[in-house]
Design a protein around this ligand. Structure first.
Ligand code: AMP
Ligand code: GLY
Length: 431
């Protein structure tokens, strides 16, 4: 089987690596890829949004399955385009990807299908006064979001009424997120712990990937601005069997049946970002793709052949039991550039990757890196690398990941030292 992975981050390196491990896979191409994907397959210099060139690439290279990493091509209809050409591709259609592409669509969809989430209001950009009135009526704390894709920067969790007004002004008046701010969504702030529950689905059947937890804020203890994610671990000890069953019955199954009823069956990765509140699990957001860095911990815990699982997803045969999950734990510590997520410099040489990978069960996943010359790898982004480790238990995986972290060096290397601590707390609570 010949595979094409679309994207260039840590998630795509983790995908390419997992697919290259499949006994059925003979080639893994990544477009455009990064130095990590180049080590497990071949990079092709085609951008993730260049649909014409990607279709030609899949045809010319006789690709059997294309897997899309990031949300943007999905929300802009890459799956519809590939399917029109008869090319098998893993991901939701443009209509189904609205679950991530429009927060107003997602909130209204959940309301139509009684899926638990925050209470919300949606306003057009021409309804500024009404939106302001809604902020007054609800009061702080409150969440203000641009409706469309905003590179993870369009949601504001506001502690005060003033902050909420500033968020509204940025979205609606300053148009800081362009057309993503054509509508604004105001939500009740939910309290609890966040978990990422991802399912692979053929539209009807689904299998769960191991639940994980991300660490979005840049600072220790969850302080400072939100990032793309500073580290992850799986499984998430906060989710016991009954809670996971509840998530399946109250969230995943009604989402799949609801999308079917509405004529937009959802096929691909369904990422449910959830808040475990005092009233039970509620949806914070849906994403239409694997998480990053969640993919780095989830994919190594798939014991089944991933390419075979994707094949079943494409033929509608993803029956229960199609995916075997490892009983191990995984942890990923993201190494970022100093100043991320605001302002940072790039181009610093990275050393010690091989030494880190000498630590048992450690893999170094590339995110923002590039080659400078033949051998030298330099920093090229905010999130640079994800040091990922497996272990029999979460504490083992975390120890190994941090041991790996110590071997890697580059100017401005920053990382959170408390990845996994929230998971350890729940482990201590479990008898
Ligand atoms: P989003 O852009 O929807 O993914 O939101 C980004 C982050 O903001 C989430 O991961 C949560 O930490 C937080 N967030 C979003 N919506 C809510 C909400 N209604 N209540 C509490 N936190 C939220
Ligand atoms: N790590 C969060 C996300 O991928 O959306």
């Amino acid at each position: 089987m010949r595979i094409l992975v679309i994207g260039s981050g840590g998630r795509e390196h983790a995908l390419a690596k997992a697919l290259a491990d499949s006994s059925q896979v003979t080639a893994v191409l990544t477009a455009p890829g990064n130095p990590g994907t180049a080590q497990v397959g071949e990079n092709v210099d085609v951008a993730a949004m260049d649909f014409d060139a990607l279709v030609s690439l899949a045809q010319e290279k006789s690709i059997d399955i294309t897997v899309v990493g990031p949300e943007k091509p999905l929300v802009h209809g890459i799956v519809d385009r590939f399917e029109a050409e008869g090319l098998p591709i893993v991901g939701p259609t443009q209509a189904a990807a609205r679950l991530e592409g429009s927060k107003a669509f997602a909130d209204r969809f959940m309301a139509r299908h009684d899926i638990p989430t925050a209470s919300f209001h949606v306003f057009g950009a021409d309804e500024y006064e009404d939106a302001s009135d809604a902020l007054d009526a609800t009061g702080a704390p409150i969440v203000v979001k641009a409706d469309g894709l905003a590179g993870g920067k369009g949601s504001f969790v506001c502690a005060t009424r003033e902050e909420a007004q500033e968020a509204l002004d940025q979205i609606v008046q300053d148009r800081a997120f362009g057309t993503a701010g054509d509508r604004v969504v105001i939500e009740e702030k939910m309290e609890g712990e966040e978990v990422s529950v991802l399912a692979l689905t053929d539209g009807t059947h689904y299998v769960l990937l191991t639940p994980s937890q991300d660490h979005k804020p840049i600072g220790e203890g969850g302080t400072g601005p939100n990032t793309g994610g500073m580290g992850a671990f799986a499984p998430a000890p906060i989710l016991d069997g009954p809670l996971l069953t509840r998530i399946c019955r109250e969230i995943i199954e009604p989402t799949l049946s609801g999308m079917q009823e509405e004529g937009a069956p959802y096929r691909g990765v369904l990422y449910c970002g959830l808040m475990i509140t005092a009233d039970g699990p509620k949806v914070v957001e849906f994403n239409c793709r694997l998480g990053d860095p969640e993919a780095q911990v989830i994919l190594p815990l798939v014991d089944s052949d991933l390419a075979a699982v994707f094949q079943k997803l494409l033929t509608g045969d993803l029956a229960e039991g199609s995916l075997r999950a490892s009983s191990e734990a995984a942890a990923c510590v993201v190494l970022a550039s100093d100043g991320y997520p605001i302002e940072y410099e790039t181009g610093f040489e990275i050393t010690g990757i091989e030494a880190a990978e000498q630590v048992p069960d450690v893999s170094v996943i590339h995110a923002g890196t590039e080659y400078a010359g033949d051998e030298t790898i330099v920093t090229a982004g905010g999130r640079v690398l994800g040091v990922t480790a497996l272990g029999p238990t979460l504490p083992d995986a975390l120890d190994r990941a941090y041991e790996g972290v110590d071997h890697v060096h580059f100017d401005g290397k920053t990382y959170r030292q408390d990845i996994g601590e929230k998971g350890l707390t729940h482990l201590e609570d479990t008898p």
